[in-house]
Design a protein around this ligand. Structure first.
Ligand code: FPP
Ligand code: MG
Length: 299
């Protein structure tokens, strides 16, 4: 099984698809790519193809399209969040400005659709378009929830849309183009997988190591964003105002009260739900093993 996670060669092959007339668009795309992402979503798509016996080299433009949607969403997200650090370097919004980043994101989004149109599978285009609609809606729900304490269901609704949808599409598209009848079943597995990843990301925002993480720790509470660690600790919190006057004190308190520990347990449960579906497909055994190893390393 090809392990392409973080593969520079793969990311460099994706860069070849970015061919704008305007140099600055290329620079912004390259800026994020060169900072070195894990290319997790396209790797999922390619590994799913390979597992089902479809040559992954024929799906390269679809994998690139998935990565471009992810990059576009990060460019837009960093503008929305007013981020300062991404992948260990200044976030693109700081270097190129908000306006240019929104436009570069638009370019990458449209480029992804062009790559899918060239491949010519209408159902794959539908799945990808739906993912972007979901992501935008999740992001808007999150924006409107800033400063509010959410319950677990409200939190899951947001992360299933903003993160789960693209993970889900990566798996489903990989299975679809490999001719798998049961491709829509994999969508649900991807949603659970995306949930687990977003929960781990949200836990790391509480207790990660900034130098390893490549982004600021404690940003969620500073932005007034309620994520699972806070939801898990909320019952035990006394004299608690939200958004917090002192985000750093609240961050430490949530960790102390076991909010991050409980959130990690919930991430594991969501992961098991994903694996239960994946393991219905005998062909996906090694993909499941690979994902298990990856999550253990990440969390
Ligand atoms: C990161 O969340 C953001 C997302 C997972 C989704 C962002 C989606 C959009 C901006 C809408 C889709 C738009 C396009 C053009 C495809 P986070 O802020 O929790 O993660 P972070 O800590 O990495 O910033
Ligand atoms: Mg963000």
């Amino acid at each position: 099984m090809v392990n392409l996670i973080g593969s520079r060669a793969l990311l460099e092959r994706f860069s070849q698809f970015i061919d704008p007339e305007v140099e600055e668009i290329f620079e912004i795309g390259q800026y994020l790519i060169k900072a070195g992402g894990k290319a997790l979503r396209p790797t999922l798509l390619l590994m799913t193809c390979e597992s089902f016996g479809y040559d992954p080299s024929f799906a390269l433009q679809l994998a690139a399209g998935i990565e471009f949607i992810h990059l576009a969403s990060l460019l837009h997200d960093d503008v929305v969040d007013g981020a300062t650090l991404r992948r260990g370097i200044k976030s693109a919004n700081l270097v190129f400005g908000n306006e240019a980043c929104v436009l570069a994101g638009d370019y990458l989004y449209a480029k992804a659709l062009e790559l899918y149109a060239n491949f010519g599978n209408l159902e794959a285009i539908r799945i990808l378009s739906r993912a972007v609609m979901d992501m935008s809606q999740g992001q808007l729900l999150e924006l409107r929830s800033l400063g509010k304490v959410l319950n677990k269901e409200e939190y899951f609704r947001i992360i299933d849309l903003k993160t789960g949808a693209l993970f889900a599409s990566s798996l489903q598209i990989g299975a679809l183009i490999s001719g798998q009848e049961g491709h829509s079943k994999l969508y649900k597995a991807g949603v659970y997988l995306g949930r687990a990843f977003q929960i781990v990301d949200d836990v790391l925002d509480y207790e990660g190591d900034e130098s390893k993480l490549g982004k600021r720790v404690g940003s969620d509470l500073r932005e007034g964003k309620c994520t699972l660690p806070l939801i898990c600790a909320e019952g035990a919190l006394k004299d608690f105002t939200f958004p917090p006057d002192d985000p750093e004190a609240l961050r430490l308190r949530v960790i102390e009260l076991g909010g991050t520990k409980l959130a990690k347990e919930i991430a594991k449960e969501e992961l098991s739900k994903a694996f239960n579906i994946l393991l219905e497909f005998k062909e996906l055994e090694s993909l499941t093993k690979f994902l298990r190893g990856l999550i253990e390393r990440e969390s």
